[in-house]
Design a protein around this ligand. Structure first.
Ligand code: ADP
Length: 426
């Protein structure tokens, strides 16, 4: 039998007893009133005890009682017990999480909505020289590098910002902000000193080797040209050998030039001027056409806007020449190459479109890597260094522009360069 049924039956039995006693004594009303009052008093007493128990924390020792009240005590006590267990588990998890983030080799700082420090791990305190008392301080007051403050304010955290450590300038940090929750941000800083050092060594090595190769190459080329001039054509083997040697020295010269250009793009300060792109494109197209003299006109240039952009003319010339050169190189001699300079709402665009062999979808993301040449090209031995598109990518990066490649095997390719409107200068 359930507790509720027991309660009702007890109530009914008491009422029957009062009715019998009332019938026998003729005092039904006073007895019924006394019974009701008794029941009410009991409930008030129980409520009072319950409130006292819950007020004092609702511990395991709840008052001895019976019936429905015992049930209530039991259920409330059980709910409280599971809640306590959950809290303990959660606390343990938070502790473990704190311990692991404390032990992280990378610096981590939780920032509040007003750039104030809410929490920082051990690595962050070490690398930024933070004290426990800095909690609540605004981070721009502690890390004062202008590039960091600009990054923090920009709200665009897709790329990390590279900074020296404020307490040790020999340590280079890659600082990145990750947004989460309601207005909270996590600042992560990774020590990239070693990585930057290696990168610098690689750049220096490539620059030095390319530079050192220039002189011997010029000497070789000079002698080779003299020998070719002296060649009377008596020995076909000698003639083809000279031709091949000449072809290979030319190729090496291109490689060295491209490597030096890439090094310059990586290391040199940007110079800016207002570049007349339509004039530059006309000139490049004309030069390319003359280079392919004898072949009927293949380049269709449409200048749909007269926009000039801020940039470095020589760099843009290299990039555009590479794109046009590729379009001509990787498409049949009788096919059309379209060059289009136009404007959209958000960008100024240069499209170079060919009807050539196209690029396999799997190759598209890789063609801008240094020395990447698709296998087909290697087999066919089409001349090239594999550095052209790497140069294009670098030049565009230096001009805040993006490269988009749309291509289909057997149908052709379209290389589009998107320059931001803020670069328009005329
Ligand atoms: P290179 O042309 O000297 O090999 P690039 O860096 O200019 O080097 O190009 C890398 C590779 O991308 C090329 O080897 C070729 O496979 C592919 N590629 C570039 N442009 C085109 C194009 N217009 N059509 C088809 N493939 C292309």
């Amino acid at each position: 039998m359930g507790v509720w049924q027991k309660e009702i039956i007890t109530g009914l039995l008491l009422f029957v007893a009062v009715a019998i006693a009332g019938g026998m004594t003729g005092l039904f009303m006073p007895l019924a009133l006394a019974l009701t009052l008794g029941i009410l008093m009991r409930q008030l007493f129980q409520i009072n005890r319950f409130e006292k128990w819950i007020r004092t924390g609702g511990g395991a020792k709840y008052p001895k009682t019976s019936g429905i009240w015992e049930e209530i005590y039991y259920h409330v006590y059980r709910i409280k017990k599971t809640e306590k267990k959950r809290k303990k588990k959660l606390g343990k998890m938070v502790d473990q999480f704190r311990q692991s983030t404390e032990a992280l080799p990378d610096a981590a700082i939780v920032l509040g909505p007003n750039d104030e420090i809410e929490w920082a791990n051990k690595a962050a305190r070490e690398v930024f020289g933070l004290q426990q008392s800095d909690k609540g301080q605004r981070i721009p007051n502690l890390i004062r590098f202008p590039e960091f403050i600009r990054y923090l304010k920009s709200g665009n955290y897709s790329e990390p910002v590279i900074l020296p450590s404020p307490i040790n300038h020999r340590i280079t940090l890659a600082v990145r902000i990750i947004t989460y929750g309601a207005g909270l941000r996590l600042l992560l800083a990774q020590d990239v000193t070693q990585l930057k050092k290696m990168e610098r060594m690689r750049k220096d090595f490539v620059a030095n080797v390319s530079h050192e190769l220039r002189t011997p190459l010029t000497v070789l080329k000079g002698y080779l040209e003299t020998l070719q001039d002296m060649d009377d054509g008596e020995s076909p083997l000698l003639t083809t050998s000279f031709q091949q040697m000449h072809g290979q020295t030319e190729r090496m010269q291109h490689l060295v030039d491209d490597l030096l250009l890439l090094t310059r793009l990586e290391t040199q300060q940007k110079k800016t001027e207002c570049v007349n792109v339509p004039a530059l494109l006309s000139q490049i197209c004309k030069e390319a056409q003359t280079l392919h003299d004898g072949i009927p006109a293949r380049i269709e240039l449409s200048l749909e806007t007269d926009v000039h952009i801020t940039g470095e003319e020589q760099e843009l010339r290299s990039a555009f020449t590479n794109l046009l050169g590729n379009a001509l190189k990787y498409s049949p001699d009788d096919s059309l190459v379209k060059v289009r300079w136009h404007r959209t709402d958000e960008s100024i665009v240069l499209d170079v479109e060919d009807q050539g062999e196209g690029i396999a979808a799997a190759d598209i993301p890789r063609v801008t890597e240094r020395f990447y040449r698709s296998e087909v090209k290697r087999i066919k031995k089409v001349g090239g260094t594999g550095l052209g598109l790497a140069i294009v990518k670098h030049v565009l990066m230096r001009h805040d522009a993006k490269l988009n490649i749309a291509s289909e095997l057997g149908k052709g390719s379209q290389f589009s360069c998107y320059f931001p409107v803020k670069r328009v200068c005329n």
